[in-house]
Design a protein around this ligand. Structure first.
Ligand SMILES: *Cc1c(COP(=O)(O)O)cnc(C)c1O
Length: 437
């Protein structure tokens, strides 16, 4: 399919997937064939695409940081396993994600546990079964963990999550300075260090920073990382000893909307060179293991959400395509997952791609105007029974959506690898209620 600028989004489909004749193809399998076999709606992930993204990022940060995958972006065990097999560590935010991590074959010391509200039973569970590091986010958590360490006679590896101070604003970089439920304010670090030092069961290994998500500018990302490394140096000097770990967080963006461009990994690579030099110059962080923990960047581009057109209709001059997929499976694509301005995710037809364009507004089956997936999208003249695919849907899709709303079935998930599709989540119902006698 020609990308003549008018069809910029279709161009994105070609760079991530392929188009053969009239049809969108993922990992060598036509989407129409997947829909035939597994019905719709569907999330489809391309294993080769997941690996490609991971390897490109590893290459870009080589010599500076190790890549951990943040499970909450897409917790399907088959996805997590692809990254573990590639050598990624994992970042988790619940005991259930810990089980997914271990089930995917991750070593316990390759797992980081963050989150503003960890339950005592979750903390005990991960300490008992082994954990790389727990990222402490409140004074209460210091007390809880110390008690768990005593009860289990365990020394617990911890890091402190820090919200950068307002001083971290500058140039292209915007981070910190605002109230946050996550971690400790940079201004109170001295008392945090004292509280942890008073607990012999806690082994303070390093710091963790994570200021923002969906960063598309390599300069902004690199300056945040640079700030994190300098902050690590300051913390180490206050401690009077080297840090073992520095976690620079996730937040690497992917392009969703018209006018956005992908994070420039070549540019990032150049800035990583400067950061490596910065680390070498600071004896107290020179030997630290530095980590990044992206989710969206690793899982997002390799996934699509496939829905079938149920009805085509017109209302006062607007052509509507009503599909069986919607915000109940893919809240982010409907613009209702924290987006300030509603803009459309990249969307393409998965069938009938060569037909003339006929603008259409794409809506899901839910009885609410919130369930809109695309406004006046340039799609071919699709008919009932044909398919659309929302791109960039591998992260914050299914598990970030209100699947119980209106009681439609939950979607199936597939992974395509080596030209074969495997079902990795069955179509189902939202946890069935319990009928009273
Ligand atoms: C959500 C989260 C991430 C991943 O964020 P992305 O924007 O998907 O890269 C990383 N670390 C922590 C602590 C998180 O909560």
């Amino acid at each position: 399919m020609a990308d003549d600028g008018r069809h910029g989004l279709a161009g994105l489909a070609v760079s991530l997937f392929t188009v053969e004749g009239d049809a969108l193809v993922v990992g060598g399998v036509p989407v129409s064939q997947l829909a035939e076999t597994y019905d719709t709606p569907l999330f489809v992930y391309d294993a080769a695409g997941l690996r490609r993204g991971y390897r490109a990022l590893v290459e870009a940060v080589l010599g500076l940081a190790e890549v951990f995958y943040s499970i909450k972006a897409n917790p399907n065990p088959a996805i997590v396993r692809v990254f573990v097999e590639e050598g990624a560590g994992l970042e988790i935010a619940s005991a259930a994600e810990y089980e997914v991590a271990r089930g995917a074959g991750a070593r316990s010391d390759r797992i980081l546990f963050a989150g503003p509200g960890k339950r005592a039973d979750e903390l005990r569970h991960v300490v008992d079964h082994g954990i790389g590091e727990i990222h402490i986010e409140s004074f209460g958590e210091i007390e809880h963990l110390a008690a768990i360490g005593c009860a289990l006679s365990a020394t617990i590896p911890v890091a402190i999550r820090i919200n950068p101070s307002a001083a971290a604003q500058g140039g292209a970089m915007r981070m910190g300075g605002k109230p946050s439920p996550f971690g400790f304010d940079e201004e109170e670090i001295d008392s945090v260090l004292a509280a942890i030092a008073a607990q012999p069961r806690l082994d303070l290994r390093g710091i963790h920073l994570f200021a923002g998500t969906q960063i598309l500018d390599a300069e902004v990302l690199a300056s945040q990382w640079g700030y994190g490394l300098q902050l690590a140096g300051r913390v180490a000097r206050r401690l009077g000893r080297p840090l073992a770990t520095i976690d620079l967080g996730g937040g690497l963006g992917i392009p969703y909307f018209a006018g956005e461009t992908a994070l420039d990994l070549g540019r990032l690579r150049e800035r990583v060179g400067d950061l490596i030099a910065l680390v070498r110059d600071e004896p107290l962080i020179r030997d630290a293991r530095i980590m990044i923990e992206p989710g969206r960047f690793l899982a997002g581009p390799a996934g699509i959400y496939v829905a079938r057109v149920l009805a085509v209709k017109a209302s006062r001059g607007t052509r509507f395509l009503v599909t069986d997929g919607g915000m109940h499976h893919h809240l982010a694509a409907s613009g209702n997952l924290g987006q300030v301005i509603k803009r459309d995710y990249p969307i393409v037809a998965a069938t009938g791609l060569s037909r003339p364009i006929q603008r259409a507004t794409l809506v899901g089956p839910l009885c609410t105007p919130l369930d809109t997936l695309a406004r006046q999208a340039e799609l071919p003249d699709l008919r009932p029974g044909e398919l659309v695919a929302i791109l960039q849907s591998g992260a914050y899709g299914l598990t970030a959506s209100p699947v119980g709303f209106l009681s439609h079935p939950t979607p199936a998930e597939l992974i395509v690898d080596g030209g074969e599709a495997s079902l990795i989540r069955r179509r189902g119902t939202f946890a069935a209620p319990i009928a009273l006698p």
